[in-house]
Structure formats: C-alpha cells, structure tokens
Design a protein around this ligand. Sequence first.
Ligand SMILES: *[C@@H]1O[C@H](CO)[C@@H](O)[C@H](O)[C@H]1NC(C)=O
Length: 195
Amino acid sequence: MAIIKLHFSAALLVLLLSCPLWQVSQSVPVMSKALMTDSCVLNAHKLLQDITTTLTQLDLFEGIICSEQRVEMNTKTNTASVCAPAESTCSGIVESEFDEGLCLTNITEDLHHYYNLLSTEPDPSGALSKTVLSSLRELMENCFMSPPEEGASNRESTDPFKERLSLCKVLKGFHVRAITINRAISYINSGVHTK
Ligand SMILES: *[C@@H]1O[C@H](CO)[C@@H](O)[C@H](O)[C@H]1NC(C)=O
C-alpha cells in the first residue's frame, strides 16, 4: 500500500512539475511579442510626450492658433482599425481577431511617413530634431528594426507662415496616431492577444 502511495505521489509530482512547463511552452510568445519589450512601451510613450510638448511651443507656431487648426492624418494607412484590440466594439464593428503582423506593418509605414515629413520641415532652432525626430528614430531602430532612410534633410524655409501651418496640422495628426500606436504597443507587449 505504501509503495502504491509513493508511486502515486511521485506521478503527481511529475505532473505538477511538468504542468507549468507545458503551459509555458503553449504560450511561447510569437517573435514580434519579444520585439515589443517594456522599453518599446517607454520609447513610444516618450515619443508621444515629445509630440505633446512640441505642440505647446508657441514659437514654432507663431501667428497661428494651432489648437484651432484641422488635424491632418496619414490616410495611406489603416492603423486605427487594423490595430484595434480583439473584441472591441469601436464604431460598432466587432473585431474578432487581432492581426499583429498587419498592425505592426501599418505602424511601420506611419513612422516612416512622419519621419520623412518632419525631417524635411525647416527646423532652424532644432526643436524637432532634438525631440520628436530623435525619439521617433529610436523607436524605429529599436522596436521596428526599420531605421529611417538617410538623405532627407531640412528644407530652406520658403514660406514660413504656410510651413508653420502645415507643421501644426501634421503634428496634430501625428499626435492622434501616436496615441493609437502607444495603445497598440502596450497591447502587444501585454501578450493578451496571444492567450
Ligand atoms: C495596413 O492594413 C491593411 C488592412 O486594413 C492592409 O491591407 C495593408 O496591407 C496594411 N499596410 C501595410 C503597409 O501593411
């Protein structure tokens, strides 16, 4: 009897020990989950903060009330819808699946779009390159393995008022997009969608 008991508890022990392992191997994160590390969450947050701060710099928008301007979005991507968490009911549509790959490629395209736009803006005081552009570049390099193409350089200013107006609208659009990107990166980092 004692021997049976011993066998039984040994078997139970094996089961208990192997069970957590089995669970771990079942939920091995997909590759891109590993990419969206905690430092990517922080990196994306820093980018959002830099955009917010830049939008409040009055000297960049002299003669313009930026808060009253229209938001100009990048219309070439579908980041907001494709990165919506599974089961969300935003705009009444029930997304049953979250396609991490599509979400990440749409974000990558956004990041390049804004990098190209902002890196060619006149930036005499370096206000953009020291903040938004540097945190954007870091996010692209560290978390998307997709550094910006070299070669783009700041234009000479030709029509300062028009350029300030355009910068305002573009930055407002990037601000909205950066909020979506922050949410998506946190969502992927949490691993909820792989469970
Ligand atoms: C963005 O998402 C859409 C789906 O809404 C997809 O068709 C498109 O290929 C994606 N773009 C990129 C660059 O992956």
